[in-house]
Design a protein around this ligand. Sequence first.
Ligand SMILES: CC(C)(COP(=O)(O)OP(=O)(O)OC[C@H]1O[C@@H](n2cnc3c(N)ncnc32)[C@H](O)[C@@H]1OP(=O)(O)O)[C@@H](O)C(=O)NCCC(=O)NCCS
Length: 166
Amino acid sequence: MAVRARYKLEIRRMRPDDLDEVMVIEKGAFRHPWSTELFRRELEHDWSTILVSVEPLAPLAMPGKTATELVLGFIIFWLVHDEVHILNVAVAPEARRRGIARALMVEAEKRAHASNAALMTLEVRRSNQGALDLYREFDYRAVGVRPNYYVDEGEDAIVMVKELKK
Ligand SMILES: CC(C)(COP(=O)(O)OP(=O)(O)OC[C@H]1O[C@@H](n2cnc3c(N)ncnc32)[C@H](O)[C@@H]1OP(=O)(O)O)[C@@H](O)C(=O)NCCC(=O)NCCS
C-alpha cells in the first residue's frame, strides 16, 4: 500500500502540470466552472497570478506514480495598475475549514503589498455566506451590488473592497 506522510501546507505559483488537479477543485466548487482553456490562458497573462496550496506527500511506493504534492486549493488574482482583483478562490471539499482559503488570502495580500497595490477588490454571490464571512474576516467592505451579475441564476454580486495601508 502507498504510504503518505502529511507535512505542512505550502503555497506556490500554479504550474501547467497542476491543471488537472486544479480543474477537479474548480468543478467541485462551482456550478459553472471555468474551462481548462480559461485556466491555461490565465497562466500566460502577465497580470494574472494563480497560487496553489499544496500538501507535500512522501513519494508513492507505486511504479509510475510521480506525484509528490496534492493540490488542495487555489486563488486567482489580477494586478492592474495599483489594484488587485481577486477572481476566484476555491478549496477541495474534503480540505475545507482547515484555514486553506485564509492562508491563500494572506499570501495574495502579501504579494499585493509587495507590488505596491493600494486596493484589493472582489465580487461574491449574495448567498455565499462562507465566502462573505471569510472576506469580512480580512476587513473587506461591501461597497455595492451588481444586480443579476450571475446571469444563469439571476443572482446579485456583492462588490467588496479593502484599502491596503502603505
Ligand atoms: C469559500 C471557501 C473558499 C472557503 O475555503 P476554506 O479553506 O474552507 O476556508 P477557511 O478554512 O480558510 O475559513 C476561514 C474562515 O472563513 C469563514 N468560512 C469559510 N467557510 C465557511 C462556511 N462554509 N461557512 C461559514 N463560514 C465560513 C469562517 O469564518 C472561517 O473561519 P473558521 O473556520 O475559523 O470559522 C470554500 O468553502 C470553497 O471553495 N467554496 C466553494 C467556492 C467558493 O464559493 N469560492 C468563493 C467565491 S469566489
